[in-house]
Design a protein around this ligand. Structure first.
Ligand SMILES: Cc1ncc(COP(=O)(O)O)c(C=O)c1O
Ligand SMILES: [Zn+2]
Length: 411
């Protein structure tokens, strides 16, 4: 890790060694990885990045681990697709989809976990774990398997079947806790104090969160070394939106893109929207709430990075957007039927948020708008099952086809 200098408190600036720490002892601020940006600037160029692998490790210099020792199942460098049909429908000229649903374990969480797992091995830890709203469990289980680590994933009891199976298949110990995510998270914080285990989003959070910066780097690179005008990001803890913003700013800082002015917009579903409620109410901190939403991946009632997510949205000139529960499945279907991409509930939230923003006139003609599609629809089939047509049953003959199919679809 040649460019990582220390951990640094985001609040008071105190430095700490590179260890499994995440909170400042003095002010309880979160610790972040600090880099030697001058050295990075001198070393890294567009050409050197282009020569890199088609994974998050093409941005190795801006990450806290080295590629050579990475627990790498191929996270990142996912497609950025123009969404002309959806754009036309919504009245957005320049709409793009960052399709992170096609990562190895089918969500953006592979980015963050690859970094955390690598760091855990570096620290000599043999157990990897997490509290999860679903996708993280799958990513931790997959990377734990690849790394040969003992793996424990803690989930709330009422998760979707696809999320549970999508973790269990990799062979971890899956622990279903009788409570919501915030209860699971609290338990895991206690366990992280009691055991030297790598809880990726607890004691390893400083390293883990760095992985999400690559969602900012990639979009800027894929747009032709230019930051988008608007980014729309689903929020649970608020970490991803904070780190995408940081990533875009870092790219400008080291001279890879011109000055960045991306407006960061965060989206949540009505049944769990503490961050959006706070920003809309003019508050700096979210007020914790009990989640009750179909968008289970976003069901964090007490978001750890809510304060920083609000800061990112505000200082970038962006906004918080809430969508109704009924709009979640609608957003999933709209994306699938216009652009051929099947996303999970978090993506449904994002698409419906963009529709609302377009209606409100948020986007000026020609501005580039990037929708972050962060998870795969096959993990939340329950959300759209009631809305899709059942197959037409026929016998294997022409008469049956004509009678039942042509009657339905027309000749
Ligand atoms: C698919 C998906 N999108 C977005 C998020 C939100 O990420 P964050 O907690 O960093 O705000 C999650 C969190 O679990 C998720 O699973
Ligand atoms: Zn501090």
């Amino acid at each position: 890790m040649p460019y990582t200098t220390a951990l640094r408190c985001r609040e008071c600036g105190r430095h700490y060694p590179i260890e499994p720490l995440n909170v400042c002892e003095f002010c309880f601020g979160p610790l972040e990885v600090d880099y030697d940006y001058d050295a990075i600037k001198a070393k890294v160029s567009r050409a050197s990045i282009k020569d890199g692998p088609h994974t998050i490790y093409r941005y190795e210099a801006l990450l806290p681990v080295s590629r050579a020792r990475a627990v790498d199942i191929g996270a990142g460098f996912t497609p950025l697709l123009r969404a002309d049909r959806l754009g036309k429908l919504l009245g957005i000229e320049n709409l793009w989809l960052k399709n992170d649903a096609v990562n190895p374990s089918y969500s953006f969480k592979d980015r963050v976990v690859s970094i955390a797992a690598t760091k855990a091995l570096e620290f000599g830890m043999d157990t990897i774990a997490c509290p999860s709203t679903g996708n993280l469990a799958g990513a931790v289980a997959a990377h734990g398997a690849k790394a040969g680590m003992r793996t424990l994933v803690f989930i709330p009891r009422d998760l979707e079947r696809g999320k549970i199976l999508g973790a269990a298949v990799y062979g971890p110990t899956v622990i279903a806790v009788n409570g919501n995510y915030d209860d699971v998270q609290r338990l895991c914080s206690e366990l992280a104090d009691a055991h030297r285990w790598a809880f990726v989003n607890v004691n390893m959070r400083s390293y883990y969160a760095e992985g999400s910066k690559t969602l900012g780097y990639e979009v800027a690179e894929q747009l032709g070394w230019k930051a988008p005008d608007h980014a729309i990001v689903p929020m649970a803890s608020g970490a991803m939106i904070t780190k995408i913003y940081q990533g875009i700013q870092e790219f400008a800082r080291i001279g890879l893109i011109p000055d960045a002015h991306t407006k960061m917009h965060g989206a949540q579903a009505r049944g769990c929207s503490p961050i959006v409620k706070a920003i809309q109410g003019g508050h700096t901190h979210p007020k914790p709430e009990i989640p009750k939403t179909i968008a289970k991946s976003l069901a964090i009632g007490n978001p750890a990075d809510g304060f920083y997510a609000i800061k990112a949205m505000k200082s970038s000139g962006g906004s918080g957007v809430v969508v109704e529960e009924s709009e979640v499945a609608e957003g999933i279907m709209l994306l699938a039927r216009t652009e051929g991409i099947f996303t999970e509930t978090a993506g449904g939230v994002v698409i419906s948020a963009i529709r609302r923003m377009a209606e409100a006139g948020t986007f000026k003609p020609g501005e580039s708008v990037v929708a972050y599609i962060t998870g795969n629809g096959f993990k939340t089939m329950e959300a759209v099952e009631p809305s899709v047509n059942k197959p037409i049953q026929i016998e294997a003959n022409m008469e049956s086809f004509e009678e039942r199919v042509l009657a339905a679809v027309g000749r």
